[in-house]
Design a protein around this ligand. Structure first.
Ligand SMILES: Nc1ncnc2c1ncn2[C@@H]1O[C@H](COP(=O)(O)OP(=O)(O)OP(=O)(O)O)[C@@H](O)[C@H]1O
Ligand SMILES: [Mg+2]
Length: 247
């Protein structure tokens, strides 16, 4: 049962593939998580304002009912390299849904609020883009984001299996292991993007957050391509949302 007495901190991740709400308690432990698949935001740019507001309002209502408390404020995040005006639009989505934006962070730093990497790369491969933060001695050395993520793998699956993209995406989630050979070139493209965003040199361990590399074996493809030590996490898609709540 969730603790209904202590303070909770909320985070809303306005992703390209999913909009997620997450809550942590006073000890930074996860207590709530919910999502809707929604493409109202693309790479940090709100392309369907009302759609995004509706999704956040829905997530707010269900969380309030389940946790028996009102959600007045939350943090949210944007992909690194997004112009300030677009980041502000993310905050406005929350406000319109009745949530005050207490903090706006970049999603790689948010992921690292949870992973706490002092030396290495924090990589968030989402639906639309791949963000990379390189850390050394606890300091952020570089932060960038490039197009390319799970959606591009969907396009490969759709083309090969002659499926509509939405169906290809669902098939990829349920039958990922069988599709590894088909999507391998797409995963290698993501790995190449990671390599370049790391300045073409090993940052130390590469930590993989985001949902796109949840295909079984995708982490090994990335590690083999890069030749750098790579660490993956179960439910890597929840690292950034809970990191946002933690921020
Ligand atoms: N079990 C799974 N197997 C394979 N792919 C998955 C799985 N779960 C999620 N994905 C893929 O992960 C991607 C979504 O990841 P995530 O939720 O991190 O993205 P996002 O935050 O919405 O996007 P972005 O950060 O690029 O704006 C989608 O392409 C989805 O198909
Ligand atoms: Mg994301």
């Amino acid at each position: 049962m969730p603790d209904r007495t202590g303070t909770l901190r909320f985070g809303v991740d306005l992703g390209t593939a999913t909009i997620v709400i997450a809550a942590v308690d006073d000890d930074d432990m996860p207590v709530w998580w919910d999502f809707v698949r929604e493409s109202a935001v693309r790479d940090g740019v709100v392309v369907d304002f009302q759609g995004a507001v509706k999704a956040v309002a829905h997530l707010k209502r269900s969380a309030e009912a389940a946790l028996a408390r009102s959600i007045d404020e939350a943090a949210t995040a944007y992909p690194p390299a997004v112009p300030l005006a677009d980041c502000r639009a993310c905050a406005h989505v929350l406000q319109q849904a009745g949530i005050e934006c207490r903090r706006l962070v970049d999603e790689v730093s948010a992921a690292n609020a949870l992973l706490a990497v002092a030396d290495g790369a924090v990589v968030d491969v989402g639906g639309g883009s791949t963000g990379v933060g390189v850390f050394a001695d606890g300091k952020l050395l570089s932060l960038s984001d490039r197009a390319g993520g799970g959606h591009h793998l969907d396009l490969i699956v759709a083309g090969r299996l002659r499926l509509p993209v939405e169906q290809a995406e669902a098939h990829k989630r349920s039958h990922g292991a069988e599709l590894l050979d088909i999507v391998r070139p797409g995963i290698e493209r993501i790995a190449e993007s990671i390599r370049q965003q790391c300045g073409n040199r090993s940052p130390g361990v590469v930590h993989l957050a985001g949902g796109a590399l949840r295909i079984p074996g995708a982490d090994a493809v990335v590690e083999h391509y890069l030749g750098w030590e790579t660490r993956s996490y179960p439910h890597s898609d929840l690292i950034t949302p809970f990191g946002i709540a933690n921020s």
